[in-house]
Design a protein around this ligand. Structure first.
Ligand SMILES: Nc1ncnc2c1ncn2[C@@H]1O[C@H](COP(=O)(O)OP(=O)(O)OP(=O)(O)O)[C@@H](O)[C@H]1O
Length: 159
């Protein structure tokens, strides 16, 4: 725990904050994660690209909704992963095998969401650009889950 963290303990947060202030705090959190987390920046740039490209494709309302939902879900999961990392770094800054497991599981949240974002992208853009059947997305998702099960059966964990 560093000194600034210790010193902050003496500040009692004011619960009577205005809506504008709480929005401003949330926005600061967003700027913080944007500046500090390279993955978040990459994911938001990929998200912008995907959404811009989608404007030039002949997508249905439901496909637009799924794309938006997927782009936002990846960012939400990255934010959640960062919260877990920051919390763990604060409560236990030194190496610990349980901290490692929790951080790795938290990173898996982002991995799962990213894989399925790619699958959703293949289903939606595959149909719009190449007239690809949605089953190819399902095949990729199935392969991912099969590999996961295979590795899960072969891989030995520490605990
Ligand atoms: N205190 C710790 N004890 C044990 N292992 C840790 C600890 N801190 C980090 N690790 C290991 O290092 C990995 C990376 O952790 P870190 O907190 O640096 O996140 P990161 O993957 O670099 O994420 P980001 O790039 O989003 O900051 C974790 O998944 C975990 O395996």
């Amino acid at each position: 725990m560093n000194n600034s963290n210790k010193n902050n303990n003496s500040k009692i947060p004011n619960k009577n904050i205005s809506l504008k202030q709480s929005f401003s705090f949330a926005f600061k959190g967003l700027i913080y994660i944007y500046k500090m987390e390279r993955n978040f920046r990459i994911q938001s740039i990929v998200g912008i690209t995907v959404l811009i490209v989608s404007l030039f494709c002949n997508l249905s309302t439901i496909e637009f909704i799924f794309l938006l939902f997927t782009v936002m879900l990846v960012l939400v999961m990255e934010t959640l992963n960062t919260v877990v990392e920051k919390l763990l770094d604060f409560i236990h800054p030194i190496y610990n095998s349980t901290i490692k497991t929790i951080k790795d599981i938290s990173a898996a949240l982002v991995l799962i969401t990213s894989v399925f974002a790619v699958v959703i992208g293949i289903i939606i853009f595959g149909r719009a650009l190449f007239n690809l059947h949605p089953k190819y997305g399902i095949i990729i998702a199935t392969i991912f889950l099969l590999i996961l099960n295979l590795l899960g059966a072969l891989y030995k964990t520490d605990d």
